[in-house]
Write a protein that binds this ligand. Sequence first.
Ligand SMILES: *Cc1c(COP(=O)(O)O)cnc(C)c1O
Length: 583
Amino acid sequence: MSSEPRVAYLSMEIALHPEVPSYSGGLGVLAGDTVRSFADLGLRAVAVTLAHRKGYFSQSLDERGRQSEEPVDWDLSEYLQAMEPRVEIRIEGRPVCLRAWRFRVLGQGGSHVPAYLLDTDLPENAEQDRRLTDTLYGGDEHYRLCQEVVLGVGGIRMLRALGYGNIDRFHLNEGHAALAVLELLTEGKEEPPIDGVELLAAVNHVRNRCVFTTHTPVPAGHDQFSGAQARSVLAPGFIRWLGALGERWALNMTDLALRTCHFVNGVAMRHGEVSRGMFPHYPIRSITNGIHPVTWASDAFGELFDRHIPEWRSDSYSLRYAVGIPTAEIASAHERSKLALLKHVREVTGRELDPEAFTVGFARRATAYKRANLIFREPERLAEIVRDSGPIQLVFAGKAHPRDGEGKALISQIFEAGEALRGRVEVIYLPQYDMRLGRLLCAGCDAWLNTPIPPLEASGTSGMKAALNGVPSLSVLDGWWVEGCVEGITGWAIGADEGESDLSGEDRDARHAAALYDKLETAVLPLYYQQPMRYAEIMRSAIALNGSFFNTQRMVLQYLYDAYALRAEETEDPASDWFPTSG
Ligand SMILES: *Cc1c(COP(=O)(O)O)cnc(C)c1O
């Protein structure tokens, strides 16, 4: 590329550091891994999120699996540097003052990308406004809208105040950041032009610079606010711009972003297809998510890669050369990762798992569509498989959103199923799923289970972390697994690829559970217990085939080529200058 774009990446959550509680789950982890790859590649990039002074929440579970939540107590100044500039935004007509804290994300090559965490907790603000950057996904709809004003409008203003004048691309990671386009529009023209041609030119000027990644395959998952709510919270100039864009009756963040971004993508091939079905008037592309290998490799696999593929830390494609690592070394690195997990289980629960027993991991947000309890649908069948094919241990983790009653009930159901199967199947539920536990779990199990209702898992990334650590997935064909599954080579599919089939609940669950039991009984367990070296070959293929592709370095390069690419008139040194004029 003759000239590299300068990129601003806006996200409601970014997992910057295991001790900084500025994320809740997959979206934030993806954002953190993206920024880490920006830094590795030495891109001119900057990230913006909120300070989240009280985090998402800290989870405790009682003996029956009932979840309770506590705010996270952390000291911003321990990890972040307070910046000087202050900017002002308007919320419900009140001025709200913001400051930013900086976290430097250091890349493998030594360059860094700054992430700015916006903070409204300043004495000049009204008490309610001081709390706006406290709790990630906390409060009600109104609180959420105010937070999105801070992120979108405040984010752009803060970037300007910090001196970022020449940003080529604004990347909106999910609709939460969509209000940024209103600020960009008013920067160009305070009032929307009456003249249609002028209006189009003003919108196109913003469109050309904005990129939108959607992450949600269900309409209900997209942030939406009533017109009345929007009018009460947003400044009148923004409301006039929304009117000019045709957003009069409701403020739908996805819709706003679709209208104002020139590049829009879903986060896996299947999710792109599903999104095009939901929004048929927009050319939605796919760029499949990834993970940052250096962040997610266990200590044992990090050392193994250092020995065999020393360039893996800066070149994720080189993980392909894992094909040359002897399977015995893969097996022994895995054994170390597994022992590290079992040690954590012992420390947290006092329970002793068997290092020889087939151990299945399942960690994700506890919410209905992920069906954490699918494997317990027929407990007697599960017990019978264990009797005939060998022991199974199950290790679960995941938080339910404080207002997701169904999600909370799922956690309790897993505790109950564990009680009912006691002595036959070991079932562990670890509290406080976070980056650190994710790293232990994804590497320490023998297989990674994933049973969402298709097509609701947009991508999923925990299975990618598992693959990098040689842990094959056993998964419904949805999200990234549609692309990642090579049957019996990188893992196993549960059932057939059903596309967007809409078979209703009971039927579908019964069918998927039966397919899961079948696969365990006929393919996975026989291989694990009777052909351990073949199992190690699968582990190796998971790394070589999937680790080398499902990473954020490949993903960011795809964004660079497809989404951030500068048009000829935007480049500082057009390619034509390079060619000699004569000859
Ligand atoms: C990777 C990760 C996720 C996302 O995993 P999914 O497979 O998308 O559910 C969520 N939470 C934590 C803590 C993670 O590390």
